[in-house]
Every structure is written in C-alpha cells, then in structure tokens.
Design a protein. Structure first.
Lengths: 416, 96
C-alpha cells in the first residue's frame, strides 16, 4: 500500500492522476480462513482491520454479498454523537467517538470527520426536562453535553426558527464533539487498511449456509462462490443478520425495518451543524458537497426491500420546512431506504452466541454509523479473546433473558 | 405507500392503518408455569421473516378493528388479509 501524503498528491496531480492503483485487491476466496467476517460494511471491514492489526490474525476474509459499503454504510446520514442516556451506552459510543478523533490519521485515509456539533432541540417542557437529564447524565459519565437557551441555539445554528412556529424551540442540548464523517470513506479506508494487512475482501459473495460439527461448533460456511472452512465466524450483516444467524439455528430478538433518508440539491455552505428534533422528528446536516442530508423515520412495518413509503420522508420534510423556513423552496434530489435491525431495547448486541465459534454484532438499528470504529474494535477484541471486552460486556444476547436491558428505546434522540 | 385491504372495509391507504407486528403469537397458556426461556421468546423474539410474513394490522382510522395479513417482506406485496381468529390462508411460493 502506498501511503497518501501531500507529496503523493502533488506527484499524481502533476502526472494527470493516472498513476493511482486500486486501493484493495479482489482475491479469489481461499478454501479456509482463521476468521471470516460476514458483511462488508464499515463495522465488518473495521472488525477485520482490528483483528489483523491488534490481534495478529492475518488469514481473514470479509464476505460481502454486494459491494463493500453498499448497504447501510452508504445509506445512513453520517451523524456521529455519543450523548446517550445510560452509562453503558455512553461508554460504548464515546469509545467510538474517541476513535473517530484519530481515525483519519490511523488509517492514513481522510474520513472527513468534522466535529461541527450536534444540536438536539426541545419543543416542550417534557422535551426540555429529558434533554437536561441527558446533559447531566452525560456530564456525570464524562461525555460532553450542554444546555442552550433558544437564543443560544439560534446563535449556534442561524437558519433555525425558534418562535412563531407550531412547536417553538424551548432550548437545545449541544454535544460539541459530535458531528459527521464521510460514510464511504470509512468503508474504503478500512478496506484499504485491512487489505494491506493481508485481509481478503471478497465481494459478490453471499453466504447461503453455516455448517456446524457434531459438537455444534462452526466449521464452515457455504457461499455463492463455494464452501469456505473457518472455526471463527463473525456476523455483522445489519438488517440481514437474523437471516444469516438462522442458518446456524440461532434466533435473535431483532426486527428489520426500512429507514429512509434523502438529500437536497447542493447549495452554498449554509448549515453549520447537525440539528435533530425528536418531537417533530427530523434531522438535518449539510454535506461537504453542499447537499442537505435529511433523515426520516422508520417505516411502520418490517421489510427487506430497501425502500419505504413516501409519507415518511414527506413528514420529515414538513418538520424541516417548519424549523428552517429558508429551505422551503429547495428541491430534493434523491431518496432511499436501508434495512435496519432493531433490538427490543434499541441497544446493540455484540458478543458470543450459543454456537461455539460464532459471534454476532447486530441490533444497531437506526444509529450504527456513529459507532463504526468502536463497534469494530470491540467486536474484534471479542472474537480474538472469545469473551466480550468490558465495554461491550453489558451488550450480550442474554440480557433479554436476564432482564438487564439497556433501554435506550425510551431515551432515544429521535423516535425509532 | 401500501394499499391495504381491510377485511371489513376494503382497500384503504396505509396511513389509515397501524402495524401490529408478527401475528399468531400466543401468550404462554400457564404464565406462572412458563420457563424463563418461554417468557423471553414470547416477549422479545420475533421470526423477522424474509419472505411471506403473517402480521397484524389495525384499521385505526377506519373501523378500528384488528386483522391479520400475509405480506412478502421482499416485495411488500400483500398476498392475503384475513380476520382475527381465522387461520392464515395457504401461501404458494412463499420462502422464509
């Protein structure tokens, strides 16, 4: 791998950009690997990267049924924050946020991480109380979060209209360390880094079966490109995780729903932060290309179609137009859906399963992108040590049996 | 937007309805005797079917009644709707 530097950019610029090489290989699958990751999104590629870099496992494959980063990694709205209510969640997401802060340097790949601040609006007395509870809980857990008056919120985000609207803004919680990153770059950076460490990234390779030995441990996977042996299998397949895990006879408490997003035509830089509203349900930021990136809610029903109903993004746009009247005449360019795996408490499941050698990282629901580096790092640790890292130890599959839920569903920033 | 056939009112647009999740989930018949695994399964585990899915809907902004439907979750196409208490009709070609 040739490292990127100012010098390499200059040299390529002078030679017409014709000297760039592919950033990762397209190898044929081998007959066996020490570890296989199912799912070539950011979480899966990152897991392979950390397994290779920190745990000295190099004979690793990532199997992706489509192309890498073509699932939810390329479909989310790129918001990064760690202001979750419960201490377990704050520790998990802040682990990720701290890794984001050094990720571009670590990968030698510009993830365009921008800590522009995440502003969460309150529109009712109840909203304000909940947001202030979050602020205090976060500060007690060592995570930055602060309360702004309506005027301060408007000063931080000038396009925001705070009064003379149906739900006036009564204040806002601001996490200044939050922000956005370039989602594709995260997948590409991890793919390039993992490939350089010897990981085989195998695209267009769908897993069709998981085989167990008579003792019930993983021995191989069947794929559309032939069977591959492994005794260590990590499944990070987002909305399709329950389909894959069923192949090993493991049921999961997940339901897959479409989640929609949309972007506007590009405009000059006008929106300085990420703004979210739980009550009237919308969130918005502006990409470096100038498009406004807008998140809508989940559709009402379970589905695997990667599309949803029009009334869902329409509802989000009504909220955006109310809060940010300057955007009322903007046209929308694209609208799409991704399939998200929601767990009952809206917290992820990262850990071992009842099948020896089979590990799962799922249940990220509507908010997995922000956790990508932390999730990958902890899942690699879990697969390498055959036990969870202390940070992901509370996020077991068994918590539903034991009643130790981490109930962010009631505490979420945006209604799931 | 889905067009959903309420067994009582006929075809109506999706915003008239509320989704009720997987159908035909029976509460443990003897709650005090049910094991912790049975309770966990009843409370939290769903089939999350990729293919033909039996699910509940309620015609909230119409007749207000619950009914069941078979829908293919890979296409969102409804194969049938039927009244609560009835058995699901056979679904040819369904995969799970």
């Amino acid at each position: 791998m040739t490292p990127f530097s100012a010098l390499s950019l200059l040299r390529q610029g002078l030679s017409g950009q014709r000297g760039w090489k592919p950033q990762w290989r397209s190898p044929e699958p081998k007959s066996a690997y020490d570890a296989i990751i199912v799912g070539g999104g950011g979480h899966g590629l990152g897991t392979a990267y950390y397994l290779a870099r920190e745990h000295r496992l190099t004979n690793i494959a990532v199997l992706e049924k489509g192309w890498i980063g073509g699932g939810n990694t390329g479909r989310n709205t790129t918001v990064i924050r760690s202001n979750y209510l419960f201490a377990e969640s704050a520790a998990l997401y802040d682990h990720a946020l701290k890794m984001w802060e050094g990720l571009s340097q670590a990968l030698n790949y510009n993830t365009m991480f921008s800590q522009r601040g995440v502003l969460m609006l309150a529109h009712s007395v109840h909203d304000a109380q909940v947001a202030q509870r979050h602020v205090h809980a976060n500060r007690a857990a060592g995570v930055d979060n602060e309360w702004l008056t309506p005027r301060e919120a408007q000063a931080f985000c000038p396009p925001l209209k705070i009064d003379d609207i149906r739900y006036p803004v009564l204040g806002a919680a601001l996490q200044r360390r939050g922000g956005t990153a370039r989602h594709d770059a995260v997948a590409w950076g991890y793919a390039r880094g993992a490939d350089a460490l010897g990981v085989d990234i195998i695209e267009n390779c769908e897993v069709t079966g998981i085989r167990l030995d008579p003792q019930g441990a993983v021995v191989s996977v069947d794929t559309t490109r032939g069977p591959i042996r492994t005794q260590r299998l990590g499944v990070v397949a987002a909305g399709h995780t329950s389909v894959i895990m069923k192949m090993a006879g493991v049921a999961l408490p997940l339901e897959s729903y479409p989640l929609q997003a949309l972007v506007s035509e590009p405009v000059k830089p006008v929106f300085p932060c990420v703004a979210m509203s739980n009550t009237i349900h919308a969130y918005i930021s502006q990409s470096d290309k100038g498009e406004l990136v807008i998140g809508a809610g989940t559709d009402a029903y379970t589905s695997y179609t990667q599309r949803g109903a029009l009334q869902i993004p329409s509802h989000a746009l009504e909220a955006i137009c109310e809060l940010f009247p300057i955007f009322r005449r903007l046209r929308m360019l694209r609208n799409w859906g991704g399939i998200v795996d929601l767990s009952p408490d809206r917290s992820p499941i990262i850990g071992k399963t009842p099948v020896p050698g089979l590990y799962v990282n799922c249940g990220w629901g509507t908010g997995g992108f922000k956790a990508t580096p932390g999730s990958a790092h902890l899942f690699a640790w879990t697969m390498a040590h055959d036990e969870p890292h202390p940070i992901n130890a509370p996020f077991t599959l068994e918590r539903f049996r034991d009643g130790t839920l981490i109930d962010e569903s009631a505490a979420a920033a945006v209604a799931h | 937007m889905l067009l959903i056939e309420c067994p009582y009112c006929g075809e109506r647009p999706e915003p008239e309805f509320a989704y009720g999740g997987q159908a035909h989930i029976a509460r443990p018949p003897h709650p005090a005797a049910a094991s912790i695994e049975e309770w966990t399964s009843y409370l939290y585990y769903r089939d999350n079917t990729r293919g033909v899915h039996a699910e509940r809907w309620r015609h909230t902004r119409g007749c207000g009644r619950f009914f069941n439907a078979l829908r293919d979750t890979t296409t969102d196409r409804f194969l049938a709707t039927y009244r609560a208490g009835e058995r699901p009709p056979p679904s040819p070609g369904g995969r799970s």
